[in-house]
Design a protein around this ligand. Structure first.
Ligand code: DIG
Ligand code: MN
Ligand code: MN
Length: 391
């Protein structure tokens, strides 16, 4: 049995807020003590994680003085260096403080929008100081309950204004930074603007610096919308816009569960890892594999590290299963049948000659329709690889 121990080459990362989750939920108090960021980094290094991510206030308290901020950052940088852990991604907490209760960049109050920009610029400065080159934007409060409160078109325009302002700030400072926009359909707001990865991919095309901006899809969030996460990630990859990814698990459309990767939706997790690792022959995703998830509320600190190890181990097991699946001669034979037809000369780029020939072509539609595609056997082979019944 191969080793499924994580290596830096796997680029597995966790947010401070994930392993530091204290088990609070809307109906219950914390079940675990808060973790010191430096201790989290040390433990992440011990279990083989490559990177640690953070919101500004996961590390620097909202009301910290400049001196306290510098002391905390210096200590954290040392912890990262001492434990061989990098900081690939940072983001801004624009959802915790009551000031953001009706949004940050989309708030009706221009002072709130200005404060959100100020806080984000400081967060980007911190990211650069820590060596991060990916900056995530998750608009947890960018939404509504009372939809009459603002024209949703204006909300999009305010988001665009904020993104354009902030990419200009990055360029003005001479930073190297890619923005990664993270969609979610709802929670904590009744509806959140730019609710899926698809919405974000279009929104990016309307930005001044679209080349600096990609997406950060999350398994749970697309599943909350009842969508195929694999198809959303595939569209982002095909567009060259998969800047980052939040891996976790979700038991169908319900509240955001942020469960251990692969603990639900195993078939989708397998197909996701197959896509990201390119075992079927597509270009491999080369960015961080970030587990934006947390341990069950039932767990103590030891259980948190069981959770973290489980995320990484399941990813590597699925990677091995996907490699075996795509190397399976029976799988290859069925997939080869699918591409047996050489590309029909009538397809591809349009010419008037081709169109005329196509219009004059007669098709054996009944003959084509009768063809069995052997997908039942193909999917059964996948299930058997997943269950370890084939290797
Ligand atoms: C929630 O899925 C969001 C926040 O945890 C954070 O802003 C972002 C970073 O991955 N994901
Ligand atoms: Mn996330
Ligand atoms: Mn989530």
């Amino acid at each position: 049995m191969p080793s499924f121990d994580p290596t830096p080459a796997d680029q597995f990362s966790f947010g401070l807020w994930t392993v530091g989750n204290v088990g609070r939920d809307p109906f219950g108090d914390p079940t675990r003590p808060a973790l010191n960021p430096d201790d989290s980094v040390r433990k992440l290094g011990e279990i083989g994680a490559w990177g640690v991510n953070l919101h500004d206030n996961d590390l620097v308290p909202f009301d910290a003085s400049a001196g306290e901020r510098d002391r905390i950052v210096t200590s954290f940088q040392k912890a990262c260096a001492d434990n061989g852990v990098v900081v690939p991604m940072c983001t801004t907490n624009l959802f915790g403080h009551p000031v953001f209760k009706d949004g940050a960049y989309t708030s009706n109050d221009p002072k709130v929008r200005a404060f959100a920009l100020q806080k984000t610029m400081a967060g980007i400065d911190l990211a650069v100081e820590l060596g991060a080159e990916i900056y995530v934007f998750w608009g947890g409060r960018e939404g509504t309950e009372a939809d009459a409160c603002r024209d949703p078109q204006v909300a999009i325009q305010r988001m665009r204004e904020a993104m354009n302002y902030l990419t200009s700030y990055v360029k003005d400072q001479g930073y190297t930074m890619t923005f990664a926009l993270e969609a979610k359909p709802n929670e904590p707001r009744s509806d959140i603007y730019l609710s899926t990865t698809g919405h974000m991919l279009h929104f990016i095309t309307t930005l001044d610096d679209a080349d600096m901006v990609g997406v950060n899809p999350e398994v749970a969030h697309e599943n909350m919308a009842g969508l195929s996460f694999v198809h959303g990630v595939a569209q982002a990859m095909e567009a060259g816009k998969l800047a980052h990814i939040d891996l976790n698990a979700q038991k169908g459309p319900r509240y955001d569960q942020d469960l251990r990767f692969g603990s639900e939706g195993l078939k989708e997790a397998f197909l996701l890892v197959r896509l990201l690792e390119g075992t079927a022959g597509n270009a491999r995703y080369t960015g961080p594999r970030h587990f934006d998830a947390h341990a069950y509320r039932t767990e103590d600190q030891a259980g948190v590290w069981d959770f973290a190890r489980g995320c990484m181990r399941t990813y590597k097991i699925l990677q091995a299963r996907a490699q075996a699946f795509d190397a399976d001669p029976e799988v290859k034979a069925i997939l080869a049948e699918q591409s047996c037809e050489t590309a029909d000369p009538l397809l591809g780029s349009y010419t008037s000659e081709k169109a005329a020939e196509l219009s004059a072509t007669s098709f054996d539609v009944d003959g084509i329709a009768k063809r069995g595609l052997r997908y039942e056997h193909l999917d059964q082979l996948m299930i058997e690889h997943l269950l370890g019944a084939r290797s």
